[in-house]
Design a protein. Structure first.
Length: 494
């Protein structure tokens, strides 16, 4: 699959560098439509092959292969059995808080919010447009359930157990692993799963973990590997029988779903570097053509660095958690800077750097050895910190430190603060032009007035009627998505 990644990277790199943001906007529109098509294309055929919604319930494998597959949240008992962390109310609250911290500082967010011709288009488009992704997620969920019915048979579970048993009794030496893989040279599928499980458990076996712990980890590794590949397997088995060309269309939609994000991230990241670092601190007063060329070169370097970073991730979940954590750390300074005049650059730097240090620290074995009560499962052979507790640590401590440092350091110049908050409060006139970033045009609209808290250092705007209506409407949409998913999960049940 690495060759596919490189080919896809080359494609979006070429049109992104050559056409800039304009090319990204045009291609993203087409790719967005393809992404929606990709999300729903396989759904009706997979559900039909599984026997319809009634078949999903009737043919779902019995425990212990799969349990509670139609529950909205896995029970604590099931999570423990699977070696996963239970999704408690504390887990949901902390994950939601982490998302609120991280979403605002992702590089493409400001551009997405400003993509509309008017402020209202930006507000409605960003807020309610994101709900389209949630409906796509529902489709992916039921495709996954259909794949469980179609593929995860008792025979496959026995195969997983055999692979896990072999791995759990294999010493962590190159010779022993090579010998095991050589035995399955005639069966590439088994050999691939064994290699994946051996790689996933090597650290445990080298550390002397007991055989049962290695067995459970190997079983989970094989299961996750199959989950990563089952969508493609389902497409390969189902779509050719429907119509010629559907696999090609699905592949095009899949590539579009990835490239639409990658090109936007590349363009925005290169623009941020060029405008805020290169132009501000390195080379000033050059022609616009010069900065465009620098931005293009920066985009290429950023993409190459991203490909190198991709080697670090074990799977998609690992990558997702990595970005959740790192973006949220920067979000602490963003939120304080938006609403408190007393927050300083020193406070922002201290909170951000400390947040990254805490993320690293809480993932070290010596930290969990010192504080075993913070582990997701204190009885596990390989301790791993509880995810919601880790969020609480790397968000709360840096927030306090940022406040203290801001109180102890010199405040930002009042005139600069006045200009900044005036920009935030001034509505955007359609078609207006600004001379420099974060400045007002020649004939701005009147700024909005009124603060929620009447304090000279607090800048929380008073909620408007339109804003509250939109807020309530968004929560109604959230409730609808939840109950619609519950309805689909129960539809066809005996």
């Amino acid at each position: 699959y690495e060759y596919a990644v490189y080919a896809m990277t080359l494609m979006f790199l070429l049109y992104g560098v050559a056409g800039g943001l304009g090319a990204a906007v045009v291609t993203d529109f087409i790719q967005g439509v393809l992404t929606i098509a990709f999300s729903f294309m396989l759904l009706p055929f997979a559900i039909s092959k599984a026997g319809g919604f009634a078949g999903l319930h009737a043919n779902m494998p019995e425990p212990p292969i799969r349990e509670n597959m139609f529950d909205m949240v896995a029970s604590t008992e099931l999570a423990t059995k699977l070696g996963a962390e239970p999704i408690t109310m504390f887990y949901i609250v902390m994950l939601s808080f982490n998302a609120m911290m991280s979403i605002v500082v992702q590089p493409h967010i400001m551009g997405v919010c400003a993509a509309g011709k008017t402020e209202m288009e930006g507000r409605v488009g960003f807020c309610f447009g994101n709900f389209i992704k949630r409906f796509c997620t529902i489709a992916w969920t039921f495709i996954g359930l259909a794949c469980v019915v179609i593929y995860l048979t008792p025979e496959r579970d026995q195969h997983y157990e055999e692979v896990a048993r072999i791995v759990s009794t294999t010493p962590a030496t190159v010779q022993a692993e090579a010998s095991v893989l050589e035995r399955f040279q005639a069966d590439p599928e088994n050999q691939h799963q064994l290699a994946h499980a051996l790689d996933a458990t090597r650290a445990m076996r080298e550390g002397g973990a007991n055989e049962e712990s290695v067995y459970q980890e190997a079983y989970g590794a094989v299961d996750r590997d199959f989950a990563d590949r089952v969508f493609g397997l389902a497409a390969h088995d189902i779509l050719p029988g429907i119509s010629p060309g559907l696999i090609g269309l699905l592949l095009a939609a899949l590539l579009a779903a990835v490239m639409s994000t990658c090109d936007a991230q590349m363009m925005v990241a290169s623009g941020l570097f060029t405008e805020n670092i290169y132009r501000r601190f390195m080379i000033r007063n050059r022609t616009q053509k010069h900065y465009v060329q620098v931005g293009r070169l920066a985009g290429i370097v950023i993409v190459i660095a991203s490909l190198m970073l991709n080697k670090y991730f074990k799977d998609a979940v690992h990558a997702l958690e990595f970005f959740w954590k790192n973006a949220a750390v920067m979000g602490v300074a963003w939120w304080f800077g938006m609403f408190w005049r007393g927050y300083t650059s020193a406070g922002a730097w201290s909170s951000t750097v400390l947040g990254y240090v805490l993320i690293w620290m809480t993932e070290q074995s010596w930290f969990l050895g010192t504080f075993p009560g913070l582990a997701a499962d204190p009885e596990a052979a390989a301790l791993r910190i509880s995810f919601p507790i880790q969020i609480l640590i790397y968000l709360s401590i840096p927030a306090v430190v940022g406040i203290v440092v801001s109180l102890l350091t010199r405040r930002t110049d009042k005139q600069r603060l006045d200009e900044f908050y005036l920009c935030l409060r001034t509505p955007v006139r359609p078609g207006e032009k600004t001379i420099a970033p974060c400045t007002l045009p020649e004939n701005p609209l009147p700024p909005e007035t009124g603060k929620l808290i009447n304090h000279p250092d607090i800048e929380i705007p008073r909620p408007s009627k339109v804003g509250m209506i939109g807020f309530a409407g968004a929560w109604c949409m959230v409730a609808f998505i939840i109950y619609f998913t519950k309805f689909l999960a129960s539809y066809g049940a005996p």
